[in-house]
Design a protein around this ligand. Structure first.
Ligand SMILES: [Zn+2]
Ligand SMILES: [Zn+2]
Length: 283
């Protein structure tokens, strides 16, 4: 059995909306022979949300990761990260608050959009609530919603302050639920292409997020975009976005195989604290 590319840098825990303590995820990673592992709770927002780490508990979160780093020293490289929302110009991964935290890496993600009616809408939901929110807050205008999402991600990419883009096109999945064939529409492809070109021009890395591979057979970004990643020379890292310890390895080998099939030969891994391009060990 290969032990190469056995890493994950997108992982939640009971400090946010994960379903187990950090120690359970790390123990599982060690058991499965992972060489490095990153914990990335949803970062605090300027308002309380049930799925984020409380700002008052950030010190406790970092202390628990430090304790586990000592406990597992020599067995796994354990890293402290956060998945930080790009909320607006004042609250995002580049904000001084997040930059001064002693984190090993930062994920930049968009889960929330401000609707024309002023409300902040979570678009990172299951398909049915997404469709309801589209009607209730965006007047059913799917194109407006999709373009607002990618425009926000483009602002995040341009602003920086993070190590890689989290689940780069995740909304495509929900949006396709509302309109079959959406991903083949010319305006949609053009928007997506402009976004990926900005990612490349700004020198950002993206993750291949395997969270929905087990249930839906999809990666974020979608595997039919892997050719763009190769062509635009965008670095990639493979992550499971696990909320349960038993799912830390889900879809990892399938994502690596799909990357390899798309002509991509390396993935980024943290080694001694630095992102390092490591060959994909195709079985
Ligand atoms: Zn996320
Ligand atoms: Zn996540």
């Amino acid at each position: 059995m290969t032990v190469a590319n056995r890493t994950n840098y997108h992982s939640h825990c009971s400090f946010c909306d994960g379903k187990a303590p950090i120690g359970d995820f790390v123990a599982e990673a060690v058991r499965r022979g992972f060489t490095s592992y990153g914990v990335s709770s949803h970062a605090p927002l300027p308002f309380s949300a049930p799925w984020t780490l409380d700002r008052e508990r950030v010190g406790e979160y970092l202390a628990e990761i430090a304790r586990l780093q000592d406990l597992y020293a020599g067995r796994i490289e354990l890293y402290a990260g956060m998945e930080i929302d790009y909320l607006d110009e004042t609250w995002n991964p580049a904000s001084p608050y997040f930059q001064q935290l002693p984190l090993d890496y930062r994920i930049g993600s968009v889960h929330l959009l401000r609707a024309p009616d002023g409300s902040i809408v979570d678009i990172d939901t299951a398909e049915e609530p997404f469709a309801r929110n589209l009607e209730a807050h965006f007047g059913g205008d799917l194109r407006h919603l999709v373009e607002a999402y990618f425009d926000k991600l483009i602002r995040m990419v341009e602003t920086g302050g993070f190590d890689f883009v989290g689940h780069a096109d995740k909304m495509s999945y929900n949006a396709s639920f509302c309109e079959k064939g959406l991903r083949e529409r010319t305006w949609f492809r053009d928007k997506l292409r402009a976004y990926f070109e900005r990612i490349a021009a700004c020198g950002r890395m993206v993750e291949i997020n395997t969270k929905k591979y087990g249930s839906c057979g999809v990666f974020f970004p979608h595997r039919d975009l892997f050719g763009w990643l190769r062509e635009l020379r965008i670095p990639v890292t493979v992550n499971s976005d696990a909320h349960r310890p038993e799912r830390i390895d889900e879809g990892r080998s399938e994502a690596l195989a799909a990357l390899y099939d798309a002509g991509i030969r390396t993935v980024a891994e943290l080694r001694a604290g630095r992102w390092t391009e490591v060959p994909i060990d195709r079985p």
